[in-house]
Design a protein around this ligand. Structure first.
Ligand code: SF4
Ligand code: FES
Length: 251
């Protein structure tokens, strides 16, 4: 494959902190290799800004391998950009063409205050996990993996839910700012398995309560969350969460 380079115009949201007024700034970039990742393209911009004595654009990232959930921005209205099932760090510049204008914004939501530029505080998702996204077990010797038999179809469903990396793209894309895809996935991955059974009701009640108290909205079946999720989490997990919650509340 031949490497080509492209010229871009970037409109990037700049905001000093959560109290400051933010606005878009325009930057021109030339000769960006189409082999670069989106974050490498932002690195090039930041090197240029730093050389000029200007503030680099703040953005979150860690693994750059699509597994940690730290990266994320909205590109031309799409969380994580235009490629389906792809995190921002795994998005490559070959998906854009020379002359494109890219509007780059943070994941906006009431429960995700902007810290600086493209960085938002997504610790509200951590607090949902802290409310019940675990199982209590006695530590000790490693139990035999086959001690509790789990049907393969059930194990597959639990693994699919466990693929959620907690990036928050689902929240940023939902017109209601709902975290139900995230919370549904986290409840499902445990409630489907026998190891999650003892705390099943308390978990559903605690996590849904935490989700509400963090200021997230409710699902109205827009399915925007499912469309942008880089891990292909299905909204069936939202239906399962609702069933788990109803069982915990009334049965
Ligand atoms: S459900 Fe998908 S979009 Fe939402 S936090 Fe998990 S991985 Fe990210
Ligand atoms: S930086 Fe870890 S998923 Fe993108």
């Amino acid at each position: 494959m031949t490497t080509t380079s492209i010229d871009l115009t970037l409109e990037i949201w700049r905001q000093k902190d959560s109290a400051a007024q933010g606005d878009f700034e325009t930057y021109g970039l030339k000769d960006i290799s189409t082999d670069m990742s989106f974050l490498e393209m932002l690195d090039v911009l930041n090197e240029d800004l730093t050389r000029k004595g200007l503030d680099p654009v703040a953005f979150d990232h860690d693994c750059r391998e699509g597994i940690c959930g730290m990266c994320g921005a909205v590109i031309n209205g799409l969380a994580h950009g235009p490629e389906p099932k792809t995190t921002l760090c795994q998005l490559h510049m070959r998906h854009f063409k020379s002359g494109d204008t890219l509007v780059i914004e943070p994941f906006r939501s009431r429960a995700f205050p902007i810290r600086r530029d493209l960085i938002t505080d997504r610790s509200s998702l951590d607090r949902i996990i802290q409310a019940g996204g675990y199982i209590s077990v006695n530590t000790g010797g490693t139990p035999d993996g086959n001690t509790i038999a789990v049907p393969s179809t059930t194990a597959e469903l639990a693994m699919d839910a466990a693929a959620c990396i907690g990036c928050g793209a689902c929240v940023a894309s939902c017109p209601n700012g709902a975290a139900m895809l995230f919370t549904g996935a986290k409840i499902s991955q445990l409630s489907l398995l026998p190891q999650g059974e003892p705390e099943r009701k308390e978990r559903a009640m605690a996590m849904v309560t935490a989700m509400d108290s963090e200021g997230f909205g409710n699902c109205s079946n827009e399915r925007e969350c499912e469309a942008v999720c880089p891990k292909g989490i299905s909204i069936r997990n939202i239906a399962r969460m609702n069933r788990e919650f109803v069982k915990a509340a009334f049965f």
